[in-house]
Each structure stands twice: as C-alpha cells, then as structure tokens.
Ligand binder design. Structure first.
Ligand code: PLP
Length: 368
C-alpha cells in the first residue's frame, strides 16, 4: 500500500532523540529553544514559541489576542475542528464564513456581512499548504480593527509574495503532528512579532509563570509544553525542509501534468504570488468523471493506493456545531467540496514511478 502519509524519520532524527535521552534533559529545554529559533528564522517572525500540539498553540494565540466571553471570531467550516474549538474554550462564538472554490480557503467576499460589533478576530486557514488570500482579508481587518490568527498548521514553509506562512497575521499557529510536513510526533508552534503576545503565550503554556521566575503564578495557565525529545526530531526535520517540500512539489507537478486532462478531475490551483507546500495534494472528483468520488476511493484502495478525504463533512454539519444553530445549506461551497475532495499521496516516500502508476490507474478507471 502506498500510504497517504508517512513521516520521514531517518538516522538523524533517531540519533538526535537518543542524544537527548542520554543528556538527562528530556522535558522542555535547549532543543526546544533551538527549534523555536529555526521556526522564527523560517517564518521571518520575531518570536516562535513551541507547544505540545497545534491545538494548544491556537488556544494560546486566542488567549493572547484577548478573545473571551461573548466575542465573535470568524473562521471557515472547511477545516479540522481544532481551528474552532479553542475559540469555544474561551467562551466565544464561532462565526463561519464559506470558502472559495479555487483555493479551499476563506472567501474574502463573504466576510464583511458577518462582521458585527462583537467581532474580534478572523482565523483564516492555509488549507492543504497554501496561504489564504491575505491582502483581501487584511483590508477588512484594518477597516474594522480586527486581529488575525493565521491557522498555518498545514502550511509550514509556504510563501505568498515572498513572505512565509506564520507571518500572515498577528499570530500564526503550526501543527507538528505525525502527518504534517515537519513533525515532532505531536507538537505545535506559535509565531508572532508582538512582544506582548509572545509573553502571554509563554506564560499560558507554563501555568501562568514567567519563565524566569518559577512558582510565581501571574495568570491562569496550562501545561502546554513540548518535550526536548520531540523538539530534537523537529530540529532534524527543519534541516531537511527543502527536501521534504521539494519532493512533495515534484510529485504534485507530476500529478498536475497527468491528471489535468482527465474529464471530471479538477487539479489544485495555485493562487498568484503563492508557493504551495502540498501538505495534501487534493483533487476534486466531479460528476463528469463518470464515477463518484467514493467509487474512485474504493478502486484506489483495491489497487493498494492510499488516499484520504479532508474533510468529509464541514464543521457546521457536526452535532457539536449544529447545536449552535448551523444547518445544511448554510455554506454551499464547503458542502459541495466535501463531497468532491480526494487527497492523493505526495509524501516524501512517493516516487515518480508511484505517481505515474497512480495517474495511469485513475485514467484507466475514468474510461470504464
Ligand atoms: C488546519 C488545522 N488546524 C489545527 C490543527 C491542530 O493541530 P494538532 O493536531 O497538532 O493539535 C491541525 C492538525 O491536525 C490542522 O490541520
């Protein structure tokens, strides 16, 4: 089976973990600081602060932006639930806005009608590894004095107009989960240029303690720290980021060439000014294909080709959000695309021959 995702763990990662284990410093320590420095450099931000996962990084970001009781936060329903849950954890309201068909990210033309006096922030998501339409969103946040928390969990290393994901907002958040382009098993990172946000995020991950003064509790906080065991993996991964992204981009280009002529298949579009890091290579299988998306999945699985659907149901149609009054028909683009999307393997273990074989299989199936 060609897996949809597989972390690139090599001798460097294994040796780095062994070194940390032998060092005796296995909780948050110097390796985490090293990983943070690498992230800040990559993203071009003043600060990068490591977390136990992407969800906790987003939570710290929400908290640092002062989002609390009764505030409204705009985001998309076509994402992983962790984009929205931290807003609810701070007793704020999640207000969904539909996505654009071309990039699967927030549709800037639909935001303004959702802004109220209670709106505090927007959380755009760089879905599948492409940065959202920043300029259009920024015009609105400037006009209405709102904050941006960029959910860059899937987009480490992606760029727009020469700037890097994690720098397209007041706060950026990354996931270092096992399937992500850069992984620490579980892990996360928050990026910001703002000293006050950085201070708040550091305290939040550390039980409200200033890192320099232990056992002085200044605010409410959690234990949201990462370990140096995990960070050691991340440091080695970051050294290979060009190779990791490069292989994904090469595979994506081969798919583009092979699949673009097949009727009923829509290949991913790169918006002008963007580079895509293909956390997922996601096609759309439309009616003209002659088979349903789910029939294609079954066929690929029969042929030992892994694939995935991200996401089979937009957030607003889950019980958790339906309770808030959302219903079918509220976000037609998200609803339509959730029935069409199919992600194909582009991970660093996927060879050119694998992609060619997968393209041929899909071509053959389309004619049946
Ligand atoms: C868009 C998005 N947001 C948030 C998260 C949460 O990250 P984590 O799973 O590391 O908590 C993820 C990753 O799973 C994600 O893909």
């Amino acid at each position: 089976m060609i897996p949809i995702s597989k972390p690139l763990i090599e001798d460097e990662e294994i040796n780095a973990v062994v070194e940390v284990l032998k060092s005796g410093m296995i909780a948050q320590g110097p390796k985490t600081a090293e990983l943070e420095d690498m992230f800040a450099k990559l993203c071009g931000t003043k600060h990068a602060i490591a977390f136990s996962n992407g969800t906790t990084a987003i939570h710290a970001g929400v908290r640092a932006l002062g989002i609390s009781d009764g505030d409204e936060v705009i985001t998309v329903p076509f994402t992983f639930v962790a984009t929205a849950n931290p807003v609810l954890m701070e007793r704020s309201k999640v207000v969904f806005v539909d996505i654009s068909e071309d990039d699967f990210c927030i549709d800037p033309s639909k935001i303004e009608e959702k802004i109220t006096d209670n709106t505090k922030a927007i959380i755009p998501v760089d879905l599948f590894g492409q940065i959202y339409k920043y300029k259009e969103v920024k015009e609105l946040t400037d006009k209405y004095n709102l904050k941006i928390l960029e959910d860059a969990c899937q987009a480490v290393g992606a760029t727009q107009d020469g700037n890097t994901a994690g720098s397209f907002g007041d706060v950026g958040a990354f996931s270092l989960y096992a399937t992500k382009n850069i992984t620490t098993g579980e892990g996360g990172m928050l990026t910001t240029d703002d000293d006050e946000i950085a201070r708040s995020a550091k305290m939040f991950r550390h039980h409200g303690q200033d890192e320099a003064v232990r056992y002085e509790y200044l605010e409410l906080g959690h234990n949201y720290r990462i370990t140096d065991i995990a960070s050691a993996i991340g440091v080695e991964q970051m050294k290979k980021i060009d190779r990791i992204i490069g292989t994904r981009v090469r595979n994506a280009k081969l798919y583009d060439e092979g699949l673009s002529k097949i009727e009923g298949i829509i290949i991913p579009k790169i918006i002008g000014g963007n580079t895509h890091v293909y956390h997922q290579y996601t096609i759309r299988v439309t009616e003209d294909f002659g088979h349903t998306r789910d029939e294609l999945i079954a066929y690929l699985k029969e042929n030992e080709i892994g694939c995935g659907v991200y996401y089979p149901k937009p957030l607003h149609l889950h019980e958790h959000f339906r309770k808030m009054g959302y219903k079918e028909g509220d976000f037609p683009v998200s609803e339509k695309l959730s029935k069409e999307v199919l992600s194909l393997p582009v991970n660093p273990f996927v060879t050119e021959e694998d992609v060619e074989m997968i393209v041929e299989k899909i071509k053959g199936f389309s004619k049946k």
